[in-house]
Design a protein around this ligand. Structure first.
Ligand SMILES: Cc1cc2nc3c(=O)[nH]c(=O)nc-3n(C[C@H](O)[C@H](O)[C@H](O)COP(=O)(O)O)c2cc1C
Length: 379
């Protein structure tokens, strides 16, 4: 059969990292690690399948960064210790053997933590109980606890956790790190007006709310050097709030994206429900003159490569988003779980499987998904 031709199969560059194509697997927490945060038995095959299936880049699930407040979930892998970092060696090797690259996502759950084996309480920017309920498919139950307010010492520890994790990620052969600044987790709690009620240098103005991003990026970059790619992920929506829009509109996006680029980050990863939709639809006209997507705003105001994510299933939206210069790389989440060989299937013009939340029922782990695939697609 004739091969699909598309810009998505062309190579791309993120900082010093060269990718075979413009297709990335989005970071997805699968709560399948050992209890001590090391890689669990099903994880190597899982990540290897994406690489075999033609993805140029895999971004890992969010890895917790310290033995303090960062862990979010039971079964979440960490990269806070040498042992945890070393447990990734077989995964990294398997992915590299297929010619793909792998970036570790570094994540601090903050007030959204549902489980932490190091402390019994949660901490965030301010003592504000998170909206919504904990996620049962990550073994959570009921309301989130109210976090304690992080002191300046706690914030210094957070920054140090990201730095040490990035150093460990580099030492075991990851091709880069992505700092998780999205989806309602700790950094996003600082950025979001209603979860940050601080009156010190980390709260109030947008500049202050962005300070922790800038400090983490600058410290990580300084520690890992220029030949190791460092990205940052942004979103407006959160796992526990799917309506939030950045209140400063396009001016806020300009400040966020230009400031992280200024701090030395190599790429920005944006996630929205649908990656190419106008970012501030419904916000006042002045706040959003050009009706650009969040990804396009990131490109416009940062001048660095952008990964865009959200709502892609078939290849046309992915191709169009790159062709219209809104992004350099497209990250696929749920459709990649249903089609771990999405790039190969698309190239060969084969049918795609449809994602269903059934594969996370009752838990969004790999054991449940493997059982689901066996019973649904028994070959
Ligand atoms: C099971 C699951 C786990 C996820 N875990 C993470 C995560 O660890 N870090 C993150 O930044 N986003 C996470 N996400 C969000 C995805 O990266 C992605 O932004 C989202 O699924 C939307 O993209 P899609 O429409 O292609 O699925 C997760 C999504 C799913 C479905």
């Amino acid at each position: 059969m004739k091969e699909q031709q598309s810009v998505i199969f062309e190579s791309a560059t993120l900082g010093s990292l060269r990718l075979n194509n413009r297709l990335a697997v989005a970071p997805m927490t699968r709560v399948s690690a050992l209890r001590d945060g090391q890689v669990g038995p099903l994880m190597k095959d899982y990540y290897e399948r994406f690489a075999k299936g033609g993805f140029g880049l895999i971004i890992t699930e969010g890895l917790y960064t310290d033995e303090l407040y960062s862990q979010g979930y039971l079964g979440q892998p960490g990269i806070a210790t040498k042992q945890q970092a070393h447990s990734w060696l077989p995964v990294i090797q398997a992915v590299h053997d297929q010619g793909a690259k792998i970036i570790a996502q570094l994540m601090h759950a903050g007030a959204l933590s549902q489980f932490n084996r190091f402390v019994d309480s949660t901490a965030g920017p301010s003592t504000v109980r998170p909206l919504g309920l904990q996620m049962p498919f990550y073994r959570g139950d009921g309301e989130y606890p109210t976090p304690s307010e992080m002191t300046e010492k706690d914030i210094a520890d957070v920054i140090d956790g990201f730095v040490q994790s990035a150093i460990l990620a580099k030492s075991v052969g990851f091709d880069g790190v992505e700092i998780h600044g999205a989806n309602g987790y700790l950094l996003d709690q600082f950025l979001t007006v209603y979860t940050n009620q601080r009156t010190d240098q980390y709260g109030g103005s947008l500049d202050n709310r962005l300070r922790i991003y800038q400090q983490i990026i600058a410290a990580v970059k300084k520690a890992v050097g220029h030949d190791f790619t460092v990205g940052v992920r942004f979103s407006q929506k959160k796992v526990n709030d799917n309506e939030y829009l950045w209140p400063e509109g396009e001016e806020g996006a300009k400040k966020a994206f230009s400031s992280v680029a200024h701090s030395g980050v190599d790429f920005i990863h944006t996630t929205e429900p649908v990656l190419d939709q106008p970012a501030f639809e419904g916000v006042s006209e002045e706040a959003h003159e050009g009706k650009l997507s969040l990804a396009a705003l990131a490109k416009k105001y940062s001048g660095i490569p952008v990964i865009a994510n959200g709502g892609v299933s078939d290849h046309s939206l992915a191709s169009e988003t790159i062709e219209s210069n809104q992004a350099d790389v497209i990250a696929l989440g749920k459709t990649a779980l249903a089609n771990q060989d999405w790039p190969e299937r698309v190239r060969a013009q084969e049918d795609l499987k449809t994602f269903t939340y059934e594969m996370f029922n009752p838990i969004a782990d790999l054991e449940t998904a493997n059982k689901f695939f066996k019973s649904t697609f028994a070959e």
